[in-house]
Write a protein that binds this ligand. Structure first.
Ligand code: HEC
Length: 113
């Protein structure tokens, strides 16, 4: 029997892509994340996420090139565990896991044109 391999591979890929995007969407709610960001993060990262002018070494969440190079897991881990001496606090004990995904979802919106 001959399976249409191309079709099979194609639909598997489509399924994986769907599963992937579905997952990251359901992980965080940017609207809820905004409230968390304004309350906990603005003082250091600034309203637009571009860092504050007097803190030039801070990361720039508004730069889509920089942000596209970082995985969600990388950023989530940084939010959870902090920078270990860089000044970025650990939020693991302050925010729930869902809240950390929500605030990450919000940060992602800052680099969308
Ligand atoms: C006291 C200041 C301060 C506060 C408050 C703060 N951060 Fe940070 N954050 C930093 C500094 C400094 C860095 C850069 C050093 C580092 O990556 O460890 C950083 C880095 C990050 C990074 C990594 C960015 C990258 O490009 O790798 C993320 C994500 C982040 N912060 C998210 C948050 C979130 C979300 C909050 C609020 C829940 C928050 N930060 C609150 C100071 C802060």
């Amino acid at each position: 029997m001959h399976w249409p391999i191309g079709l099979l591979a194609g639909s598997t890929l489509a399924f994986l892509l769907l599963a992937q995007s579905g997952r990251s969407e359901s992980r965080g709610d940017a609207k809820l994340g905004k409230m968390i960001y304004v309350k906990n993060c603005v003082s250091c990262h600034g309203q637009k996420g571009d860092g504050l002018s007097f803190r030039p070494h801070f990361p720039n969440f508004a730069d889509s090139k920089i942000m596209a190079a970082k995985t969600d897991q990388e950023l989530f881990d940084k939010i959870s565990n902090g920078g270990k001496g860089t000044g970025m606090p650990a939020w693991k004990k302050v925010l729930t896991e869902q809240d950390r995904w929500n605030v990450l979802a919000y940060i992602r919106t800052l680099s969308n044109p």
